[in-house]
Design a protein around this ligand. Sequence first.
Ligand code: SF4
Ligand code: FES
Length: 221
Amino acid sequence: MRVTLEICRFTPERDPGPRFEAFTVSVNGTRTVLDALLSAWQQDPGLSFRRSCRSAICGSCAMLINGRPALACQTLVRNAVSGGNSVTLEPLPHFRPLKDLVVDLEPLFESLKAVVPWLVLRGDYDGRMDPETAAKLEESAACILCGICRGDLGETAKGKPEGVVKALRLAQDPRDALGEHRLRLLELSPEVLKLFVDRLPRHCPKGIKISEDIVQAARKL
Ligand code: SF4
Ligand code: FES
């Protein structure tokens, strides 16, 4: 099918403001928006965007697709065009634009650094974990640091949503010496943590869910 990509072009040091440029590409509807974007890039190698894995693993192709945050490599062209034959592509709005679809991810990395984002192994850990706990941790460990949840949760989470997701996961890990003390370090009320439980699955491309248990644990601290 023939698809027109309306792509935001912007070089802040040079341009007065963002503008859209249309690229018409031929692509099978079962291919992804990232494939269509790669075809557009063949037409103009100066077009800037990030991608690496093409498998919804690295998180680097997050952008606004028709105004909604999504991974370009996880969105099929036939779903994106939904009736018409054009798709708009813009950078994630809650980061500083660097060029075209590329944004400055420094706040995301700062958000992680702020929460001790690694396992602090308990001295008395015996190496065992029951399958139910392992399954629960695996679900919330799927974060690919795409930055999409920042739009919905950034303000709520004092500007560090990715760090909060990481801290909530580690707080439930029986191997971690900080454990539920991490909830205190976050300085977020149980009500705010409940927003993570409720809102995260709405936007997260990995469908991450934070267990309600975390809210109950925070209430007891
Ligand atoms: S929690 Fe989900 S939306 Fe947020 S950064 Fe991780 S993968 Fe992306
Ligand atoms: S290219 Fe890695 S998540 Fe899309």
